[in-house]
Design a protein around this ligand. Structure first.
Ligand code: NVA
Length: 372
């Protein structure tokens, strides 16, 4: 296995947290419509245009206030908190293969950055507007990389994001076609190029669980296998066949400590995939119904009500949870967790909650084998 570094060292989602990056809403823009994304205003009549350009100062301030609350809580728990560098997300993206009107934001470092042991991987990403989203984290990456020769830094190959990388018509597929294709895990990106977002992975020590989704294709999973398995990791692809628009695993399958995964009752694992966990003594515990229905989520939020289960573990028995999610908090108390409820709903319109809005760089502990 990899060496343990005193600077970059995080092998799973639950070990005691030492250093973390918390996102920022500064400069955030609305996500543009593009082949990999068709944002929609919630509950608006079909065809209503989605806003473009910078988010309002009020929306940015509201989110930043809650992100600052998370920073204070983490610091009071002895965690070192870092923040992304300022970035002008209103700039267009232009490469030889495509143009996007603007970029998105640095609210969700989880989507693009991942620590696997002593290695930082910058994900290739799946959407044009997020092509350069690694940039607000580069100063930090250089700092970590310069601080310890054991730190490994990898940028995964960038896909072209040209028109041919996407499935024309995906967003307009009639329900029957969508149903048929989602069972073969064919979504808006083709299988021709390496595509993955970091947030489709969940770290279980030696085992990295990866969701096949709209934002991670089979070529992406193959790249991860060839890159990480020679280093002693095992890539475990998982599928959630009832999720019509799967993207990012951390509202679907959330490990909380060794032997315990919080699962999404609307999105069971593909039949047979639970065996790996159950035969190794892991318990899969269904999250309770979120306190907000899908229709009541913020109007610009493109994620589901299951942001409720997007919790952040700061130790094997300590979980930060959204303040209004009392049923989940009750479950966590019953499972012997110390729960830290904080308000975070104003971050939802940026697509994530507590796990998405962070990127853990260092946790105490080493790479264990939980699936011997
Ligand atoms: N695609 C997920 C959100 C992941 C942060 C969902 O909508 O549930």
């Amino acid at each position: 296995m990899q060496q343990v570094s005193e600077v970059v060292n995080s092998w799973n989602e639950w070990d005691p947290l030492e250093e973390i990056v918390v996102g920022s809403a500064d400069g955030a823009n609305f996500e543009p419509t593009e082949p990999g994304n068709r944002p929609q205003i919630r509950n608006a009549p079909p065809g209503t245009p989605f806003p473009s350009g910078p988010k309002s100062a009020e929306a940015v301030d509201r989110a930043n206030e809650e992100l600052a609350g998370l920073v204070s809580l983490l610091e009071s728990e002895g965690v070192r908190v870092r923040r992304p560098a300022p970035h002008d997300f209103s700039q267009p993206v232009r490469t030889p293969d495509f143009e996007a009107a603007n970029q998105y934001c640095a609210v969700c470092p989880r989507d693009v950055m991942i620590t696997i042991g002593n290695e930082i991987i910058e994900a290739p990403m799946s959407r044009r507007s997020r092509y350069f989203e690694y940039q607000p984290y580069r100063e930090l990456v250089y700092e970590y990389w310069n601080a310890d020769p054991r730190v490994v830094w990898t940028t995964a190959p960038k896909p072209s994001m040209a028109d041919k990388m996407y499935r024309d018509g995906f967003w307009d597929w009639p329900l029957a076609e969508r149903h048929e294709r989602m069972h073969s895990f064919e979504f808006c990106v083709t299988q021709d190029e390496v595509v993955f977002d970091a947030a489709d992975m969940s770290r279980f020590g030696r085992d990295i669980v990866v969701q096949e989704s709209m934002t991670t294709n089979r070529a992406g999973i193959t790249w991860l296998k060839r890159h990480l398995e020679p280093k002693g990791f095992r890539i475990r692809p998982v599928h959630f066949p009832l999720d019509f628009f799967p993207s990012h695993i951390d509202c679907t399958f959330v490990p909380l400590r060794p032997g315990l995964v919080l699962t999404n009752p609307d999105r069971p694992l593909r039949e047979g995939e639970e065996k790996l966990f159950e035969s190794n003594g892991w318990e899969l515990v269904a999250a309770p119904e979120p306190t907000t229905g899908n229709n009541e989520m913020p109007e610009f939020c493109q994620s589901s009500k299951w942001l409720s289960m997007n919790v952040l573990s700061i130790g094997p028995n300590k979980v930060i949870c959204e303040q209004q999610e009392k049923p989940l908090q009750e479950l966590l108390y019953a499972l012997d967790f110390e729960v830290f409820p904080i308000p975070f709903r104003n971050v939802f319109e940026y697509g994530g909650s507590l796990h998405c809005a962070t990127w853990d760089v260092r946790r105490t502990g080493a790479g264990e084998d939980y699936f011997p």
